[in-house]
Design a protein around this ligand. Structure first.
Ligand code: FES
Length: 153
């Protein structure tokens, strides 16, 4: 039997819909940045079509993500995706964080089965909503509008 954080032994994988990569196991067993940030600068709760959800809150300094907290509610793929997206954007400028895609999350996890790519989309979309919440508070409008305003300059 595999110990916590290890891949299952051969013979067990035929019961899994997806043979997880070691990176997936690390994020799933030891999720990064779990928890909430009091007085977060931006926060959001995203809900997937399946009913799983992720809470994300951000601490932002000079348009850089200096702190991120996330709490996943759902399947192990949702847990791993919430963890992966939090690791991918920690320390990043908001504009770079907004460029992270579900494919990047899947890559960070060593791949995801097609029927769980929506877990990566949930994590990325929730991050985008948390950033948008920050822009709304900071600028009084949507970040998307703010970015497009800059693009017109
Ligand atoms: Fe739906 Fe994970 S199974 S978000």
């Amino acid at each position: 039997m595999a110990r916590e954080g290890e891949l299952p032994e051969k013979g067990h994988d035929d019961h899994l819909p997806h043979l997880p990569d070691e990176r997936f196991c690390r994020h799933a067993n030891y999720p990064r940045n779990m928890g909430i940030i009091q007085d977060a600068d931006g926060k959001a709760t995203g809900v997937g079509v399946c009913g799983d959800s992720i809470d994300i809150c951000l601490s932002i300094q000079n348009n850089v993500i200096g702190g991120i907290g996330q709490i996943p509610h759902g399947c192990i793929y949702t847990v791993a995706c919430g963890s992966a997206v939090s690791q991918l954007v920690y320390g990043k400028h908001l504009e770079d964080a907004l460029k992270v895609t579900p494919g990047d999350v899947a890559e960070e996890l060593g791949g995801l089965p097609e029927d769980h790519m929506h877990c990566a989309s949930l994590a990325v979309n929730t991050l985008g909503e948390a950033i948008d919440d920050y822009y709304r508070k900071e600028w009084g409008n949507s970040g998307k509008q703010e970015i497009s305003k800059h693009a017109d300059l």
